[in-house]
Structures are given as structure tokens and as C-alpha cells.
Design a protein around this ligand. Structure first.
Ligand code: NAP
Length: 492
């Protein structure tokens, strides 16, 4: 701090105590940068892994990869862990790194304002407090704005309804007649995990997903013991998975051979798993594999073939008091509706006002261009506001935790280089940001995600603002160091 720091000043404020926030905190501590706090709106850490507690909730990326490299866990019980184990792992990471004392729980950010004169941010919270900091790390993730379609009549429904990520605690689904709307990543985990408990299950599918065998299994005790005794083995398995997923990723960004092999495997899996030709036909996607998220599951197809399950592909017309009416006039009587209808990931990443240099408003800026940053991290006009899992840094092929770790390499280098410049603050050059996004968008045009399907990867203008168009290896390389020429240095 060049002048005297204001009261309540921290070098870094991290917003959100999900995986990004924890990863950021662990890395800052490792670099001996301890003047930071984490603001968390909920009463508990965990982000999406705290919120999503629906039956069967788990990760479709192997745990060996879906974990922080600074916090290896030889004790994962399964190849693909379930939500309780992932949340427990996050708590263990916080405990091992003494992070609870750094988290202000029940503290929601309500506004961010850049103070040009001092080159710092003022962070207003719902507690009425205003904090200040040099760097804001926005670690709120892309999957926290739920989508419930605006179906006519929903307010008249006499039963229970909720979004998949707001599953009511201790909700007793036993013996209920349940509708699940949506067949994305959440639904295909929910359906097999409630099917044996409910009386009747009606699944409303708008677009079938490409399903691959998951081959999830328990990790035998012998392997866990070996990983504990010989940590290099655990690292080796992680590396092998990493490269396997990186190679597979080529199918998403243009390798047609990999894609056609993947498509053949998925179709064969469908053929072998579903005996009824009519049901099989309904489940056969008619778009290129990978265009929407490919979903691994071993138990989804078997669940759909139980006698009390129906797959409905006619569009929903409206919600009646006692069920769901489809466009063909059919009423499906249910007492519970689960909206597995996803999230608004391509809209605004921040829903409170953010004002930057010259009183620029982030919402307005992004209103012109769609959400855009430099390298998914820094934004022109909003100096030292840095995003983790920001625009165009999501993945279709590998673990996003690897992207967060790469972003923290960049953030640490950014802070270090900023300090060396002696500038009041750094601001991304508009031209650098525009050029970067132009290049990303050009690359995205050649990927499978631009092959014509409708997905949450695309914003309302059809622009892909969520996914990174290449390998993690490349992103790591490109974020290893800050290119100072991409920034204006504003003198004190
Ligand atoms: P999603 O993949 O966006 O799926 C939403 C589903 O709801 C789609 O099938 C969609 O149909 C359907 N839908 C939306 N509006 C509808 C409407 N008006 N009428 C009928 N159907 C409608 O959402 P999600 O399953 O919650 O998953 C979101 C993301 O969360 C995933 O892609 C993934 O990144 C993450 N996730 C990850 C895991 C994991 O294991 N790592 C698990 C769960 C979720 P259309 O396809 O036709 O749009």
C-alpha cells in the first residue's frame, strides 16, 4: 500500500468458498501472501458441492483428477466420487490449511467499486460493512444461477416442486409419483437413484444426451494403501488420467476420428443396454457427440426400462394443479416435480453492481460484448478484478480444477509483476482483450460445440462464452506468465 491502508483493508479478497476460493487461498498461503480473506454468502463452504445434494449427486470426472494437486487424496473410495465425499474432501482441504479462520461466512457481496485515486476496490457486503482490497478474486463459479422454465400454471401446482440443486433436506420421495424435467448431467444421476423408491417416475426429455459407460467402481483397499505408502503412484495415476482426457479432448476441437469412435461406442452402448426399439429411438441423439456435455452413466439406461418409468418426449404445454400437461393434451398426474433444468452459465457471472474505472459498469460493458475477459481472468476497465473459472475457461473434456490451478499461476504472477512495476494499478488494454476474444471465438467456430445443437455453453446470441477451445496443457502454458505488454501501467 502506497498510502495508509484504510480500515478493513486486505491485500486480496476472495469471493466464494467453493473449489476456486479454496484453491486460491491455499495457493496464496503457499506463496506466503497471507493478507487475504474469503467472503462466503452461505453458512458453509463447498459451493456447488454444498448446494447439490440430490440423490446420487457425484462427479463425472474421476476423483483422482477432480482434486487439487496441492491436496492429493489417496483415500478416494470410488473412481468417481459422490457429493458427500467431495464435500468432505473440501472441508479437509480447508482444515489442513487452517482456512476456516479466513472465511467470513454469511457474508454476501452486494457491490464492488473501484477507487481510481487509490487503486483499490471497495467491497460492500450485506452485513453493512465495506471492506477494501488491492485485488478481488471472484471465485463464485458458473453454476449458481438456477433455471426453472416459466411454465404456465406452475404457481397452481398442488404438489411439491424444486430445482435439482435445491433438493429439500430429508425430502421423503418414497411412494411418490415424480416428474423429472430435463435429461442433463443432474437428471441422469437423479433418475437411477430415486427409481427404486418412487411409485411412478415420468421423465420429460427435450433432447436426448449422448451417454457413455462410466465404469465407476470402488477403489480396493490395497490400492488406497499403496497410494498412501507411495504417493508417487497416486501422482502417476493422476497423470495417466490427465493425458487420457487430454487426448480424448481432441474430438471436441476438431478431430473427427476420435469423435466417430466415441459416437460408435455410445451407440453400441445404447443398442446393448436398451432392448425396446421404440425407447432406443427416443434415446438416440440426432446431433454430433460432444456438442452438448457427454454424460457417463452405468445405471441411467437400466433405470429407464423399469415398468413404472416413462420417458416422455412430447413438449410440455403447461403445469396443471395435479400434474404436467403435454402439447398432445395428455395429462401426467404427479405429486412431485424435479426441475433438473440446469443453470444460466453463459449469462452474467456477477449479479451485483460492479463499477470500475471511469465509473464503467461491468453489466453494461458485458451487455455490449457478451461476457469477455483476457485469458478468462482479467477485464479491461476493471483493474485487479480477477476471475477464477471466468468466461471461456470451462471444459468439456477434463477437470476444471486444473483450469483453476492454472489461473492461480497467472494471478500469482500478476501480483508479482504488478508489484515490480511500481504502478498504481494495471489495466488490461482493450485492444489486447478484443484480440484475445476474437482469436478464441475463431477457434470455437471450428469445434464440435458449434456444430448446431443448442446448449448452455452458448449465450442468448449463440456465442460460446463458457468453454475453452483447447487443451488444458495449452491453457497452462498460456497462463504461466502475465504478458505485461497486454496491460497499461497506471502510475501513482
Ligand atoms: P443441463 O445439463 O443444462 O440440463 C438441463 C436439462 O433440462 C436439459 O436436458 C434441457 O433440455 C432440459 N430443459 C431445460 N429447459 C427445459 C424446458 N423448458 N423444457 C424441457 N426441458 C428443459 O443441467 P444440469 O443437468 O443441471 O447440468 C448442468 C451442468 O452442471 C453440467 O453440464 C455440468 O457441467 C454440471 N454438472 C456436473 C456434474 C458432474 O458430475 N461433474 C453433475 C451435475 C451437473 P435441452 O437439452 O433440450 O436444453
Amino acid at each position: 500500500m502506497k498510502n495508509n491502508p484504510p480500515a478493513n483493508f486486505h491485500e486480496v479478497i476472495i469471493i466464494g468458498a467453493g473449489f476456486s476460493g479454496l484453491c486460491a487461498a491455499i495457493r496464496l498461503q503457499k506463496e506466503n501472501r497471507n493478507d487475504f480473506i474469503i467472503l462466503e454468502r452461505a453458512a458453509e463452504l463447498g459451493g456447488t458441492w454444498r448446494d447439490n445434494t440430490y440423490p446420487g449427486c457425484g462427479c463425472d470426472v474421476p476423483s483422482r483428477l477432480y482434486s487439487l494437486s496441492a491436496e492429493p487424496n489417496p483415500n478416494w473410495s470410488r473412481a468417481f466420487s459422490k457429493q458427500p465425499e467431495i464435500l468432505a474432501y473440501m472441508h479437509a482441504c480447508a482444515k489442513n490449511n487452517d482456512l476456516y479462520q479466513k472465511i467470513d461466512f454469511n457474508t454476501e457481496v452486494s457491490a464492488l467499486k473501484f477507487d481510481e485515486e487509490k487503486g483499490i476496490w471497495h467491497v460492500k457486503t450485506n452485513t453493512g460493512e465495506t471492506l477494501s482490497c488491492r485485488f478481488v478474486l471472484s471465485a463464485t463459479g458458473p453454476l449458481n444461477h438456477i433455471t426453472i422454465p416459466d411454465f404456465e400454471g406452475l404457481d397452481t401446482f398442488q404438489g411439491d416442486y424444486f430445482h435439482s440443486s435445491q433438493w429439500p433436506e430429508n425430502f421423503n420421495i418414497k411412494g411418490r409419483r415424480v416428474a423429472v424435467i430435463g435429461t442433463g448431467a443432474s437428471a441422469i444421476q437423479i433418475v437411477p437413484n430415486i427409481v427404486d423408491t418412487v411409485k411412478q417416475l415420468v421423465l420429460f426429455q427435450r433432447t436426448p444426451a449422448w451417454i457413455m459407460p462410466k465404469r465407476d467402481k470402488e477403489i480396493p483397499t490395497f490400492f488406497k494403501t499403496m497410494y498412501r505408502r507411495f504417493p508417487f503412484l497416486e501422482k502417476m495415476v493422476r497423470s495417466l488420467s490427465y493425458y487420457f482426457y487430454e487426448i480424448r479432448g481432441n474430438g471436441f476441437w476438431g478431430n473427427t476420428l476420435i469423435n466417430s469412435v466415441a459416437q460408435k461406442i455410445a451407440l453400441r452402448y445404447l443398442r446393448k443396454s436398451v432392448s425396446d426399439p421404440e425407447l432406443r429411438e427416443k434415446l438416440r441423439p440426432n446431433y454430433a457427440i460432444g456438442c452438448k456435455r457427454v454424460l457417463p452413466s452405468d445405471d441411467y439406461y437400466p433405470a429407464l426400462q423399469q415398468p413404472h418409468v416413462s420417458l416422455i418426449t412430447t413438449s410440455i404445454d403447461k403445469i396443471a394443479t395435479d400434474g404436467i400437461l403435454t402439447k398432445d393434451g395428455q395429462l401426467y398426474k404427479v405429486d412431485t416435480i424435479v426441475f433438473a433444468t440446469g443453470f444460466r452459465a453463459s449469462g452474467d457471472l456477477i449479479d451485483y453492481p460492479v463499477s470500475g474505472r471511469n465509473d464503467l459498469k461491468l453489466k453494461e460493458e458485458w451487455g455490449h460484448t457478451g461476457i469477455e475477459t483476457l485469458r478468462g481472468i482479467a477485464v479491461s476497465g476493471f483493474p485487479h478484478l480477477l476471475f477464477l473459472l471466468g468466461p471461456n475457461t470451462g471444459l468439456g473434456h477434463n477437470s476444471v480444477l486444473l483450469m483453476i490451478e492454472a489461473q492461480m499461476n497467472y494471478v500469482i504472477d500478476y501480483i508479482r509483476q504488478y508489484e515490480q512495476t511500481g504502478a498504481k494499478y494495471l489495466n488490461v488494454k482493450q485492444t489486447a482483450q478484443a484480440l484475445y476474444n476474437q482469436k478464441i471465438q475463431e477457434e470455437l467456430r471450428g469445434t464440435i460445440w458449434a456444430s448446431g445443437c443448442k446448449s448452455w455453453y452458448l449465450d442468448k446470441h449463440g456465442k460460446n462464452t463458457t468453454l475453452w477451445p483447447g487443451s488444458v496443457t495449452r491453457y497452462r502454458k498460456e497462463t504461466k506468465e502475465v504478458q505485461l505488454e497486454e496491460f497499461d501501467q497506471i502510475p501513482s
